[in-house]
Design a protein around this ligand. Structure first.
Ligand code: EPU
Length: 332
């Protein structure tokens, strides 16, 4: 968000074995128990002063374990920049990560948030995650079945798991077997081709991102600020009544069926229909090319400016369409 913020203490460690002592230090420094684990911080809106200790696992490096069938297990440190490993594996000819090109943040953050874009979610690739269990004070491994990956969701996001785990390493599977994921609209036109490379898809994804999203080093944002709402059949019915009541035809409403037969409606469409696209409120703004993205419009926004804009949008969308948008961004 490019918003200045201070924390009382920051604890950083760069080796898996140093996690227990780093966490013990964090606990000593924070008698009130306010400890937050952060990766790149790119999906977080910090208040101006965080009253607690931040812990940053800065474990770098990765280990590629090739198998005979052309696939590979890659064990990646939680502190690795996500796009670095995406680039590295794509240039090495491995399929799997290329659609995730250009996403800011770390591998640890992606494993918690289940970062996703252009038809692929990070969780699709994850085999297991090595963690420190802060309650039982022991190292543990969570396998794919225990991680419960869903849309912007994982086991780590369950309320009972807040503060329980520190993600240390993530094992993913990629493969040299030809496997482009071309379900996202602008990628569909490549499906005729049978000699694409992961790097070609990566380049295309970066081109799409550049055309829609603000450049992270120029305009502060946290990417999508809200999650796309997923409606049950009932809620969809009520939503349709409100849409028709506004004189909008249902055929014109973009929507996507999820694997469990719920209906995902783009928050960007709802925000645009409420008139917020490209608008500003104080120092915060709604991105002109993608209204799901709230930005630090003039570089002077505080977390309060962003929160005010969030609240105004949430209440407008609720009033106009009966849907309560939920932030994807985490607020500290
Ligand atoms: N739309 C509008 N107006 C706009 C832009 C989009 O009405 O100005 C509607 C269109 O109907 C469009 C639909 O919204 O088809 C979806 O837009 P887009 O493809 O840009 O994706 P999104 O659903 O808004 C999600 C992710 C993005 C990811 C893209 C591409 C979430 C919360 N966001 O956005 O992830 O890059 O899909 O897969 O699911 C992020 O999480 O930070 C992020 C950027």
């Amino acid at each position: 968000m490019r918003i200045d913020s201070l924390c009382e203490n920051l604890v950083e460690f760069d080796a898996v074995d140093d996690c227990p002592s780093a966490m013990a230090l964090a606990e000593n420094l924070s008698p009130n128990g306010n400890i937050a684990i952060i990766g790149g911080g790119s999906n977080i809106l910090f208040s101006d002063q965080y009253q607690g200790v931040l812990v940053h696992p800065a474990i770098l490096g990765w280990d590629v374990r090739l198998r005979e069938n052309g696939s590979a297990e890659v064990v990646i440190g939680a502190g690795v920049d996500l796009d670095s490993i995406v680039a590295n594996l794509s240039y090495s000819g491995f399929w799997g990560m290329e659609n995730l090109s250009g996403i800011p943040g770390t591998v640890g953050g992606a494993a918690v948030q289940n970062a996703g874009a252009y038809g692929v979610e990070f969780g699709d690739l994850v085999k297991s995650v090595k963690v420190w269990n802060c309650i039982e004070k022991k190292f543990d491994q969570l396998d794919r079945e225990e991680l419960n990956y869903g849309y912007r969701f994982s086991t780590f996001k369950l309320p009972e798991n807040y503060g329980k785990y520190v993600v240390l390493e993530v094992a993913i599977e990629v493969s040299k077997r030809y496997n482009p994921q071309l379900s996202y609209g602008p990628l569909k036109k490549f499906s005729e081709s049978n000699n694409l490379t992961p790097v070609e898809i990566r380049d295309k994804i970066i081109q799409i991102r550049d055309s829609k999203l603000p450049k992270v080093d120029e305009v502060g944002s946290a990417g999508s600020y809200f999650k796309n709402p997923v409606l049950s059949k009932n809620d969809w019915g009520e939503f349709c009544n409100m849409v028709i009541g506004k004189g909008i035809s249902i055929e014109s409403v973009p929507h996507f069926l999820t694997p469990d037969n719920s209906i995902k409606v783009p928050a960007a469409w709802l925000i645009e229909k409420c008139g917020w696209k490209g608008k500003k409120l104080g120092n915060a703004g709604v991105w002109h090319n993608q209204p799901l993205i709230l930005v630090n419009a003039n570089g002077k926004a505080t977390s309060c400016d962003i929160k005010m804009l969030e609240n105004a949008i949430v209440s407008d969308v609720k009033e106009q369409f009966g849907i309560e948008l939920k932030p994807e961004v985490i607020c500290f």
